[in-house]
Design a protein around this ligand. Sequence first.
Ligand code: ADP
Ligand code: MG
Length: 231
Amino acid sequence: MIQLINLQKRYGTGEIAVDVLKGIDLEISEGEYLSIMGPSGSGKSTLMNIIGCLDRQTEGRYLFQGQDVSEADEEKRARLRNQNIGFVFQHFQLLSRMNARQNVELPLIYAGMSPARRQKLAKEALERVGLSDRMEHLPSELSGGQQQRVAIARALVNRPPLLLADEPTGALDTASGEVVLKLFEELHQDGCTVVMITHDPEVSAHAERQVLIRDGALVEDRRFAEEGGVG
Ligand code: ADP
Ligand code: MG
């Protein structure tokens, strides 16, 4: 699904240039549940933003489903992103003036769907994350864990094949974080490719494959057997 070849990212130019990604080679297959773990500042979010077509690398190649997206124009990249990738962020990024259902409908508005169909799909997505009784609540009326579940419903409402999550449990208490991780596991079981970024080894251990990043380089790639779990 994803192929990164000698991927490099430099911020700034000349004397203030910083090399943040220093030649990443990584392949992610359809259906994998992968975590990218590393300390703060190691380049995880930079990497996720490139995978999500929110940013571009400065060197190297990025192929998504065999297509070179580094060469594509912004319109094509936006289309690829909207059709294939759901995003979940540490601080939820919900629109505060819209209720849960309206937030979840947003990607469907961009897709040009009719209001009736939008509402139906948004409600189904919210039911799926266990929030059928919170659909008309504003984000400010929900707990952090509930807000993150709304964000997950929004990421999934148009059934993208890839979910990218950047520190999805970072702002949550342990119990709410576990609910989020359980949802990711279910999505993975349903065939969705899940790429989760975290600095927390305990969170990372929920994934089937863990890639460690340090100082902009991949230093380890570990796979766990599906049945044996961690260890
Ligand atoms: P992580 O998510 O692992 O904490 P980031 O990818 O956010 O790491 O950042 C990696 C490094 O790149 C950090 O040193 C950060 O300061 C720097 N960085 C991130 N974004 C920018 C930017 N837009 N301009 C300049 N430097 C940046
Ligand atoms: Mg980060």
